[in-house]
Design a protein around this ligand. Sequence first.
Ligand SMILES: Nc1ncnc2c1ncn2[C@@H]1O[C@H](COP(=O)(O)OP(=O)(O)O)[C@@H](O)[C@H]1O
Ligand SMILES: [Mg+2]
Length: 357
Amino acid sequence: MSFLQLTGLTKFYGDTCAVADMNLSVEKGEFVSLLGPSGCGKTTTLQMVAGFEPVTRGRIELDGRDITHAKANTRGLGIVFQTYALFPHMTVSANVSFGLEMRKMPRAERAERVRDALALVHLEAHAAKYPRELSGGQRQRVALARALVIEPPVLLLDEPLSNLDAQLREEMQFELRRIQRQVGTTTVMVTHDQGEAMSISDRVVVMEQGRATQVDRPQRLYEHPRTRFISTFVGKANLLEGRVNGEGAVDVGPLRVVVDDTGFRPGAAVLLSVRPEKLQFVVAGLGRIDGEVAERFFLGSQWLYRVDTAVGALAVLCPNDGRAALEAGQRTGIDWPVHCSRLLPVDSASPAAETAP
Ligand SMILES: Nc1ncnc2c1ncn2[C@@H]1O[C@H](COP(=O)(O)OP(=O)(O)O)[C@@H](O)[C@H]1O
Ligand SMILES: [Mg+2]
């Protein structure tokens, strides 16, 4: 039995279906992210779990208890939103202490719990400050301490880092994961940032138009995306239209690509998906296909190339390992390992879901 269980969870706002038949099992102590473009239903899902939005259909169970229609304040969940909504007129420690006072916890015990929570987020030295005296990252830590101090069974985070600038955001991702591991709180986080979802989650739920379309561990999701949408929303992909032939291979124009397991019947139209970093440059004539470098972009630690080939333009991502980069106009061969070819159904993605997030 999972710790948090969503079964057929559905939400309509009038005629708009925001969440459709969502099923999800979260294990105790797990960190799960809901990932998807803006408007796909992530926040609505979280709000239903929190008890702030009524459920249209379906069930929410927490530790074996049906909480579908329970009042928010009886669920006792820890919640952190994008705008951290600290009380501006209260000190850091008063902010963190607030939830415990509401629960009528005795003063001495409260002080100890607040001290522990502030230590957890490395803010002991700032206990007497006011929110306005803190940086964005520090304020977000206060919000986290405030949510965790009540020792909630589940922590709900809605885009908790999206107000932070890029570098701080990356630091806080690891920090968030460290804190979550240390306290072991079951966590569900909403994000539209695939890198963020993958770097800190045990499992990622990809949502498209109110539906969960893939639930997997980050590496599995990245290496085995189930749909065209996921293959390009999570990482980048070269997508080539092809047709399965009878011999465990796919024909892409003049190119025949042997794949591990087609999983499609012979004759089926498919998309062959290969990630840019799986492609390698080899001597022309010695790879799967030859091409001509059309453009190159310097990304610091990597070079990104666009190479024109007989099957179309291919993106190739190479580490900047100190060797000379290829020049525009240069001929090159391109190869990739057999096990890095993925086949996807052509028609799996709903067209609306393919617009950029
Ligand atoms: N209070 C509301 N009233 C009406 N429609 C809403 C409301 N909240 C969200 N929606 C709609 O529900 C869909 C999902 O929204 P939301 O859950 O906020 O998506 P996300 O968090 O993934 O960006 C969107 O189409 C949005 O416009
Ligand atoms: Mg949202």
